[in-house]
Write a protein that binds this ligand. Sequence first.
Ligand SMILES: Cc1cc2nc3c(=O)[nH]c(=O)nc-3n(C[C@H](O)[C@H](O)[C@H](O)COP(=O)(O)OP(=O)(O)OC[C@H]3O[C@@H](n4cnc5c(N)ncnc54)[C@H](O)[C@@H]3O)c2cc1C
Length: 451
Amino acid sequence: MVTTLAVFTRDLRVHDNPMLAAAAHQAESVVPLFVRDTGTRRTLFGSGNRERFLTESLADLDHSLRGLGGRLVVREGDPVEQVCRLADEVGAARVHIAADASAYAQRRQTALRTALAERGRELRCHDEVHVVVAPGRVTPADRDHFAVFSPYHRRWEDTSWRRLVPPPERIRLPKVDPGRLASANADRGTGKSGGFAGGEAEGRQRAELWLRQDVEGYDDRRDLLAEEDGTSRLSPYLHLGCLSVRELATQAGRSDGARAFVRQLAWRDFYYQLLAARPDAAHDDYRPDRSGARDWRDDPEALEAWRTGHTGIPIVDAGMRQLLTDGWLPNRTRLITASLLTKTLGLDWRAGAAHYLEHLVDGDLANNNLNWQWVAGTGTDTRPGRVLNPLRQAERYDPDGTYVRRHVPELAHLKTPEIHQPWRLPAGERRALDYPAPLPSLAAGPRPLRL
Ligand SMILES: Cc1cc2nc3c(=O)[nH]c(=O)nc-3n(C[C@H](O)[C@H](O)[C@H](O)COP(=O)(O)OP(=O)(O)OC[C@H]3O[C@@H](n4cnc5c(N)ncnc54)[C@H](O)[C@@H]3O)c2cc1C
């Protein structure tokens, strides 16, 4: 009997999963496998919020696979070792896996290919599982990746997309120990919910509702911080592949809102193609500054105030507190808080990116670190000098203070415009607030904030 291994990584779904479909199509029996990678779990990638979301998503995947006649087989340890061991055990000639962009994933793929080849087995990598258009499929004439989004986006729209694939009709599992679905450390970390329940079933339900009810208004509402459903909130599901980005891009429709939404999905692909070509950009400046003018300040107190939401700038503190309570925050406050850290306070983007990755339920190396670089001016922004003034951003995107009121309760009783600038209150009222004055170091960075 021909047996294959379908190795899930962050493609935890049965719908439109070319990796699973190919494994099921090419063999009489399939082992759907997930390896809890002890190496990544020791790093930020095992952070509490994502760990909980992952555990729920694995349970949901197991449920779906059971519906097809199989189940999820789980192992814990080094993925290369575990995959090889199981391939030997069930006699699988071929192993299927989704290609991924980070340096770690690329090394894992190479090591797996070599180790399997030594055993006379073959690795099949599927490169359009996490993305709509595979890294390297569209390139400019003179290099291996696009460094500017607009020309990338034009090519991305014009290129053909792979066909959608249905879930396998049936999964036949050989005799194998299924392992433990919940890890010994499944309850590790705080695992904040932020209203996100993991899994493909939940992701598909949310996507269906979003596309039916809200996507049309996306372009007008996406930056309005008072709106809790102005954006899709699908990023955690896309990060772990509970949803197929390819399927979502096709289903979105043609309204202005839908087109703006699909453009954001292209940003996601854009960063993957960049990280795949330049894996070092996860930690090194994408555009190094050879003049030496870019000197990050060392200011532990300001960094801590930023992390905990006590900078004294309400819109920034609201975002940073939402990150701590929900494990998520809207794109607009990601931009505002990241700009304040890097441009106004002059602190290194890596410190901000690491804090985000520790808490975000959608924390994703490509999208997080390359967006941080974009904001910090070290990445792909064609206007790297731009600075977001948090007071103007607050007036524009939270005009009546609803967002600040939601996340900074000690200011909730204030009216606008004071809620965004409490330092302007009469001295007596200001002293009565249990809220800090703006950090003095806001004036020490390269772009002082005038209050
Ligand atoms: C400093 C900073 C850090 C970020 N870190 C992450 C991260 O760790 N993980 C993450 O998924 N996104 C990250 N983003 C991008 C963006 O903020 C989130 O994808 C978005 O806020 C998620 O909410 P949503 O699903 O409602 O997005 P929607 O507005 O509904 O967009 C739909 C999808 O498009 C993609 N998308 C949207 N905007 C971007 C963008 N600027 N770059 C790349 N993809 C995008 C996401 O997959 C998102 O789910 C970051 C942005 C900034 C400025």
